[in-house]
Design a protein around this ligand. Structure first.
Ligand SMILES: [Zn+2]
Length: 109
């Protein structure tokens, strides 16, 4: 009779242990999922930060920005306006300006 009770108790403990292991396995699984999710999120955020860093002009502007700026100035000059410091924004009245040309050639180099 005593042996039977002991067996019953062991059986009960064994069931508890199985339940515990199942719970731990489930928890481990959900932690892995959460970990994976957080890693993905971190990578997304890192990429966004990188994109923002690329967009924000730092001390050195990107070459493309300079080129675009010079293109705009060259266009303004070709439309007949001064881009030089001396007469900036005023009409060239159809005449070439050495200040403008030297300014543009300096910017292009
Ligand atoms: Zn000029």
């Amino acid at each position: 009779m005593e042996f039977e009770q002991q067996l019953e108790m062991m059986h009960e403990q064994f069931r508890e242990l199985i339940g515990f292991v199942a719970k731990m396995t489930e928890e481990n699984h959900s932690l892995q999922l959460e970990n994976q999710h957080l890693r993905t999120r971190l990578e997304e955020l890192s990429e966004k930060v990188q994109v923002i860093e690329e967009q924000v002009p730092l001390e050195k502007p990107r070459k493309m920005d300079i080129g675009e700026g010079v293109d705009n100035l060259a266009r303004i000059y070709n439309e007949g306006y001064h881009v030089c410091n001396v007469h900036y924004g005023s009409s060239r009245k159809g005449e070439d300006c050495l200040f403008c040309l030297s300014f543009l050639s300096k910017q292009n180099s």
